[in-house]
Design a protein around this ligand. Structure first.
Ligand code: 4NP
Length: 165
């Protein structure tokens, strides 16, 4: 178990395309933070640039909608160096995303002193801790549904960890 810290004021969720996992995580985090009474700025981005300006994948939208989450207004963007200055915490959906983010962070001249903390999205999750959120892009409906359950579990774990900080 990692050292307890209080809730960040801003969180960026990051996956590869920013059309499946991270927009789903953005909306689930936004809803759960509001329910918990936490005032947190929440956004998402992708390490890749293939889907810039696009709405989330229609399969991700439909599965999210069936579970009470509306992704229709979200727009894909790519993570930038400024994100490391503007967010307190950046959460990677899988270990490849985490490695790609660490490489960007390492490239930024650390003159600012306070760059975002990086972590795996599942880090605090008692069930899935340390595991990747699997990429559903080439998968089927069950894979998209599984991603929602995984994300709900890990979001609850983060919020729970801040309650006891
Ligand atoms: P995401 O899924 O990283 O969860 O948004 C993907 C979306 C698109 C691609 C890969 C993964 N792609 O290769 O275009």
């Amino acid at each position: 178990m990692s050292t307890k810290i209080s809730a960040p004021s801003s969180i960026l969720l990051v996956c590869l395309g920013n059309i499946c996992r991270s927009p789903t995580a953005e909306e689930i985090f936004r809803q759960q933070a509001a329910i918990a009474g936490l005032d947190i700025k929440i956004d998402s981005a992708g390490t890749g640039d293939w889907h810039l300006g696009e709405a989330p994948d229609i399969r991700a939208q439909n599965h999210a909608k069936a579970n009470g989450y509306n992704l229709s207004k979200l727009v894909s963007r790519q993570v930038s160096a400024d994100d490391f200055r503007n967010f307190d915490l950046i959460l990677a959906m899988d270990s490849q995303n985490l490695a790609d983010l660490q490489a960007i962070k390492d490239d930024i001249a650390n003159v600012d002193g306070s760059l975002a903390r990086l972590a795996l999205f599942s880090e605090e999750d008692p069930t899935y801790g340390g595991d990747d959120v699997p990429d559903p892009y080439t998968g089927d409906g069950d894979d998209f549904e599984h991603v929602i359950k995984r994300i709900e579990s890990s979001v609850k774990a983060w919020i729970e960890s801040w309650k006891h900080a």
